[in-house]
Design a protein around this ligand. Structure first.
Ligand SMILES: Cc1cc2nc3c(=O)[nH]c(=O)nc-3n(C[C@H](O)[C@H](O)[C@H](O)COP(=O)(O)OP(=O)(O)OC[C@H]3O[C@@H](n4cnc5c(N)ncnc54)[C@H](O)[C@@H]3O)c2cc1C
Length: 439
């Protein structure tokens, strides 16, 4: 059983696989800009990058409440995946379109990782979706055949090649990958700065006053005025007064082992791929980090509590959630149980889950100058990177490349407010054992 005092609580392993990072200075004066981006995760830095690619002279300011990659981008499962959570196209053309669009998101992760001044350890050797029953394996094999007939290069792996104890086989997406997105994001600070982006960390935005020129209250006494604003705040967005009924901030809990030697990975039957998720509603997922740790996370009842009130900040560690995750880790990788590998990290991170799991990217606001991309529902590394390109295109008035995709200007279905939200969540999750997942 994991208990207080044994591990530095709520510390993600990702920053520990990079040189120490110091957050930059907070905003200390009022300023004006063409575009102000709120949030320094993947969505924020990718948007800054793509805006500057299109408009090299644009004056862009990025405001981050903590350090860059303070949120999900520094606390995730590391997998860079194809697909849009909640969308299961039934026809080949739509499926291929989504696969190609999200593969472009993976390409962007690769390009940004290559530009980052920190080694983000990006690898693209594929990720698995593991079947945990014979029935689901049958269904998954059929999905692979269908996908292949549509030109999507998924492959079926036999049970022995998955490295996961009890697996009945797995779908391999060879174009998926893994990345240390904390390093990717933080290593872009310097690169974006050199292109003229002003980045201020420890600079929380507390208020947005809309208009042709948007006024942002930052910290205790400064104001940023900008002609356009980007909400790159994912699970935190409701606290700024936006998407309150569109997003449910949930937490996923994660643990990581000490670094394992290469031979251990081979002994475990890990065959080339870098990450996996299982097919259970209460999903488990994991990856081999660039530093050789097994990162392992999942969903559970602790994902949402009334105490959180929907807040993305989980104040106290939830030991029950970590215990459940460690148990599943040892079921899937028995060689790591009973002292086989020490757990060195455990943490949680905020997801923005929408009612039907589908994200949204678009522009709105009274003066149509408020850009947003959020609600990736736990499947957002590639999508957040892609969002940067989408939002830069929308800023340029170029909507056509994206109109046919399910996230384009998508109106999110409403989730009831508290206390109905909490009651509904408890009933659904406890009665059905279901948690947010990809399909
Ligand atoms: C535990 C966990 C595991 C995950 N695993 C995977 C995975 O394996 N694969 C995958 O594809 N996706 C995964 N995800 C989801 C993925 O990490 C996110 O979808 C993605 O990182 C979202 O990026 P973002 O930039 O939109 O949001 P974030 O990274 O959350 O960034 C938002 C930023 O906004 C800042 N902010 C918030 N409010 C304010 C404010 N008022 N003023 C200024 N700044 C503010 C925050 O500090 C934060 O840094 C996981 C998420 C979690 C939490």
């Amino acid at each position: 059983m994991t208990r207080p005092g044994t591990i530095d609580d709520n510390r993600s392993c990702w920053p520990d696989e990079a040189p120490p990072y110091q957050a930059g200075p907070a905003l200390a004066r009022d300023l004006t800009a063409d575009v102000a981006i709120i949030g320094g995760g993947l969505t924020g830095v990718s948007t800054a990058w793509h805006l500057l690619e299109r408009f090299p002279k644009l004056h862009v300011v990025l405001l981050e409440a903590g350090a860059l990659a303070n949120g999900a981008s520094g606390r995730n499962g590391g997998q860079v995946l194809n697909g849009i959570n909640g969308v299961e196209p039934r026809d080949g053309a739509a499926a291929l379109r989504i696969y190609q669009a999200t593969s472009a998101g993976i390409d962007i992760v690769e390009q940004l990782a290559a530009r980052s001044s920190l080694d983000a350890g990006f690898v693209r050797s594929g990720c698995l979706e593991v079947s945990t029953t014979a029935l689901s394996a049958e269904d998954a094999r059929r999905r692979v055949q269908l996908a292949n007939s549509w030109g999507i290069p998924l492959r079926w792996l036999a049970a022995g090649a998955t490295g996961v104890h009890g697996a009945h086989g797995a779908v391999l997406d060879p174009s998926a990958g893994c990345v240390n997105s904390a390093s990717l994001v933080r290593g872009l600070r310097e690169v974006l700065g050199a292109r003229g982006v002003e980045i201020y960390e420890n600079s929380p935005v507390s208020r947005i006053e809309e208009g042709a020129s948007v006024a942002l209250s930052v910290g205790t006494s400064t104001t940023v005025r900008a002609r356009s604003v980007v909400l790159a705040t994912n699970a935190y967005t409701p606290s700024l007064g936006y998407f309150r009924l569109g997003i449910l901030p949930l937490h996923s809990h994660v643990v990581a082992t000490q670094p394992l030697a290469a031979e251990r990975w081979t002994e475990m039957g890990w065959s080339g791929h870098e990450g996996f998720s299982d097919d259970l509603d209460r999903i488990a997922y994991g990856c081999r980090t660039p530093g050789g740790r097994l990162l392992f996370g999942g969903g559970g009842n602790a994902a949402y509590t009334y105490r959180m009130g929907g807040s993305p900040v989980l104040e106290e560690p939830c030991y029950g959630a970590y215990d459940a995750i460690e148990k599943r880790l040892h079921d899937y990788f028995p060689a790591l149980g009973a002292g086989g590998a020490a757990i060195t990290h455990r943490w949680s991170g905020p997801l923005a889950v929408t009612f039907d799991r589908v994200c949204t990217m678009g522009v709105g606001g009274a003066a149509r100058n408020l850009y947003y991309a959020l609600g990736y529902s736990g499947h957002g590394v590639a999508l957040a990177a892609l969002a940067g390109r989408v939002l830069a295109d929308l800023y340029a008035g170029d909507h056509d490349p994206w109109r046919d995709l399910p996230f384009y200007q998508r109106r999110l279905p409403l989730i009831p407010p508290e206390p109905f939200r909490w009651v509904g969540y408890q009933i659904v999750t406890r009665a059905t054992g279901r948690s947010p997942r990809r399909r």
